[in-house]
Design a protein around this ligand. Structure first.
Ligand code: UDP
Length: 312
């Protein structure tokens, strides 16, 4: 049984990771400052002996007494609206927070897995995106605070590996969805779900032809779990390569919910990537992993969650 620290534990991905590690029999310390996370995502874990919660901002020195085997660093604002509202916190958690956790990993000789993102590819000129692609990022645009923080996170993680021999893993996460996504984080899926349920038109940005590839959260968590336990130390894409335009995605959600509304078009935000799809050859070959949950199944489970959340 390992002792695991998960930062961003009260967030969407962090809370699902807590669930998985507890299910595997490990002891979990969840850490969060609740900037974008929510206690409701982890309150079911509080009665468990295996779980403890530390309310802490990881941009300040992080101390964990006793043994620590694994660190999963998932703390960060993670939607375009969030990092527009919190640009400095986004940069600090990616830079100072990652630095603190790498220091903690070094002190405990713990293995650390850090959450990077497909945003390191920016508005990609190579499609689908393999890990070797260096990306097309605007450092001074609105997304720059997130993209560059995550690029720094990768760089400092490799530096700690090469210079201090810290045992590191880097996952590049593509668009992920599922229960516990925040309703008002501006992301396309919670927005479309809310609009469909509340009788509003669905707001597609631009002409809706931009693409994303959506991975169901359980698949993502499984890929991360396998990556942590693997020997692979360079960045690895984890995502679902089933690509869809935002317009078609809206149509799927209208069909699923039986809503009668239409899709309306609004201006495309600056630097919005035109296409995004992971090349998951490495995850397939080295982890024996690939997504199992179809969009139909995943969207149905997510719809059940949002219907409950939005119940009058
Ligand atoms: N989007 C949209 N309508 C919305 C919210 C988002 O059309 O109400 C688009 C957005 O412009 C982007 C895509 O959906 O092209 C995915 O946006 P999201 O914020 O979910 O994540 P991103 O992949 O851009 O980080």
């Amino acid at each position: 049984m390992a002792k695991v620290l998960i930062t961003g534990a009260a967030g969407f991905l962090g809370s699902h990771l807590c669930d998985r590690f507890i299910k595997e029999g490990h002891e979990v310390i969840g850490m969060d400052n609740l900037l974008t996370g929510s206690m409701s995502n982890i309150e079911h874990l509080f009665p468990l002996k295996q779980f403890e919660f530390h309310f802490h901002d990881i941009t300040k020195f992080v101390h964990i007494p006793g043994r620590l085997d694994y660190i999963l660093h998932f703390a960060s604002p993670a939607s375009p609206i969030d990092y527009l509202k919190m640009p400095i916190q986004t940069l600090k958690v990616g830079a100072l927070g990652t630095h603190n956790l790498l220091g903690l990993a070094k002190a405990h000789a713990a293995r650390i897995l850090v959450a990077s993102t497909s945003e390191v590819y920016g508005d990609p000129l190579v499609h689908p995106q393999p890990e070797e692609y260096w990306g097309n990022v605007n450092p001074v645009g609105p997304r720059g605070v997130y993209d560059e923080a995550k690029r720094f996170l990768e760089a400092i993680t490799m530096a700690y590996r090469n210079f201090h021999e810290v045992d590191t893993r880097i996952v590049r996460i593509f668009n992920t969805y599922g229960p516990r996504m925040r309703l008002n984080d501006g992301r396309v899926l919670p927005t479309f779900m809310r609009q469909a349920i509340q009788g509003e038109d669905l707001t597609a940005f631009g002409d809706g032809s931009q693409t994303r590839s959506f991975c169901y959260v359980d698949d993502l968590v499984d890929g991360i779990y396998r990556l942590l336990l693997s020997d692979y130390t360079l960045p690895m894409n984890i995502g679902n390569p089933s690509e869809i335009s935002i317009k078609e995605f809206g149509e799927e959600i209208l069909a699923l919910t039986g809503a009668n509304q239409k899709i309306v078009y609004q201006p495309l935000p600056q630097d919005d990537p035109k296409q995004r799809c992971p090349d998951i050859t490495k995850a397939r070959q080295l982890l024996g992993w690939e997504p199992k949950v179809s969009r139909k199944e995943g969207l149905a489970r997510t719809y059940a969650f949002f219907k409950e959340v939005l119940k009058p």
